[in-house]
Ligand binder design. Structure first.
Ligand code: ATP
Ligand code: FE2
Length: 327
């Protein structure tokens, strides 16, 4: 069976097609980039509306399929920005009605994890999910992804993006910080390290790094140090969760998973624990429609289909609240 997935929780409109064997037919993405500052929800929604038809057309062309071949439609139901979620939900309902196919509502966080699990071939990994909106260390237990550690304030990606903005780098800042950090001669600037039990806090680190920027510390050394401290914090929590859960696989996903230094640190502790490690590739680790389509298929096979009348968006649908049966 073929499923088309619509992702639109935040900055990216993504449309993907995948079949029940995991063969990907298309992964088309269009990203809204704010002219200044962070994401403006209404502007992002306007972007998704503007590019929707062209993105769908490109998806059908890439996948080389007739729209009648598609047997299922899935959309990201939450968590995310209300105005953005409404665009893709409305489109999904319309497509479901026009093609007369079932509609499935997918949790965005589960989708990041489940596509990662499919791509890695891992059965039951410890998951490190790091993005602009989430920093979560989790493992599956009794029908839920249990959260072992998470951020108490801002997400790691958001912290990097905000620091980058202060340094006049354009959004998204994470990849730019990674590039600039490589230019550093590894001169470490001391910054606050904040792990509280199994949880993390990045706001004090952000404030301190911005202050150092204002004191004219070199940007490359600050980028290097910011990465070292924040990634070491996440690695510490991951290692503790690994020791506690005794999982034999570690899966790194979400937009920040693209970062080579972070991959390297998590890989080192994975090796020390004799654990397999997999980082999802950037085109499928960041927001995309394929992950929604794949998770939609899993839910469909469990009979989890939405009635259009009850398919309202769920902007605050957190990972810990979702009952999810894995296949
Ligand atoms: P979510 O809703 O799951 O929180 P998101 O909206 O943040 O997702 P993603 O595409 O999963 O979207 O992640 C985007 C984040 O990933 C941004 O904060 C961006 O800076 C960060 N990022 C992307 N590439 C890199 C990189 N190479 N190094 C560090 N951070 C990166
Ligand atoms: Fe995401």
């Amino acid at each position: 069976m073929l499923c088309i997935g619509l992702e639109g929780t935040a900055h990216t409109l993504g449309i993907g097609v995948i079949d029940s064997n995991g063969k990907i037919y298309a992964n088309v993405r269009s990203e809204y980039v704010p002219k200044s500052g962070g994401i403006h929800p209404r502007e992002a929604a306007q972007h998704h509306t503007n590019v929707f038809a062209a993105t769908l057309q490109e998806t059908l062309e890439h996948s080389n399929l007739n729209k009648r071949d598609i047997g299922l439609i899935a959309f990201s139901r939450g968590p995310g920005l209300g105005p953005c979620l409404r665009v893709t939900a409305t489109a999904a309902r319309t497509i479901a009605l026009l093609l007369d196919i079932p509609l499935v509502g997918v949790n965005h966080c589960i989708a990041h994890i489940e596509l990662g699990r499919q791509l890695s071939g891992f059965k039951d990994p410890l998951v490190v999910y790091v993005s602009g909106g989430n920093t979560i260390v989790s493992a599956y237990e009794a029908n839920k992804y249990r959260i072992f550690g998470e951020t108490l304030d801002i997400a790691l990606g958001n912290m990097l993006d905000t620091f980058a903005r202060e340094a006049n780098l354009s959004h998204p800042g994470g990849p730019k910080i990674e590039k600039i950090a490589k230019k550093s001669s590894r001169r470490f600037i001391s910054l606050p390290y904040s792990v509280k039990g199994m949880d993390l806090s990045f706001s004090g680190l952000l404030t301190a790094a911005v202050n150092k920027l204002k004191e004219n510390e070199p940007l490359e050394d600050l980028c290097f140090s910011l990465q070292e401290v924040s990634f070491a914090m996440l690695t510490e929590v991951t290692e503790r969760a690994l020791a506690h859960t005794e999982r034999s696989e570690v899966l790194l996903t979400g937009g920040v998973a693209a970062n080579k230094r972070l991959q390297n640190m998590i890989q080192i502790i994975s090796q020390e624990h004799n654990t397999s490690f997999f980082a999802v590739s950037p085109d499928l680790a960041g927001d995309n429609g394929v992950m929604i389509a794949w998770t939609g298929l899993i839910q469909f096979l469990q009979g989890d289909i939405l009635n259009i009348k009850n398919s309202q968006i769920l902007p605050k649908w957190s990972l810990g609240a979702v009952e999810f049966t894995r296949t």
